[in-house]
Ligand binder design. Sequence first.
Ligand code: TMP
Length: 202
Amino acid sequence: MKGILITVEGIDGSGKSSLVKKLGKRINQETSRQIVLTKEPTESWLGDAVREGLNREVDPLSEAFLFTADHIHHIRETIQPALNEGKIIISDRYSDSFYAYQGTTLQNEIEKPVEYLKNLRKNFTIIPDATILLDIDPETSVKRLKHEQIKFENEEFLNKVTEKYNQIAEKEKNRFIRVNSDQEIDQITEQTYNKIKNKLDL
Ligand code: TMP
């Protein structure tokens, strides 16, 4: 049986992590297939290096290549093996985070940054079967963030990231599923589950 890759995207504070856990449980109720929950940045030394950079001033191009090293590691160690075994994978962030966030940090450095970044990854990335984009107003999302804030967690930056997510989703309407994240988590989970079920014939 063919594996399935589902990714969950959205700005900081959009509720991705809670949805990934709840969605995993919800899909598990309906299928006997094995489910793998994963995330980017990954839980590895490469992911640690990326997280370290999130608390520092780093040159944005170097940072983009750090994220990419972690993405390759994620694909080779987790995503590809799980797909080969026919599992259903749900990833909390994946390449669209890269296109939206680094598309923003590289805005003044590179012409057409999103295109550049997509080209950079095209020979090794695996395109998801479906991508859930949690829609939320950056003002609301920043209010939800409780932990110590990293450099990307401010309203001005997240407004720009939202714009990039919108442009990316607009170009690939077939892959993206948009869900309003300004509602109760159980409602978000049920709506997402129904949309995913229709799309992927789970
Ligand atoms: P997290 O809070 O979901 O663990 O993600 C950490 C931060 O990393 C978040 O602000 C988004 C950012 N990020 C990127 O800038 N590019 C990427 O490719 C990924 C996966 C995350």
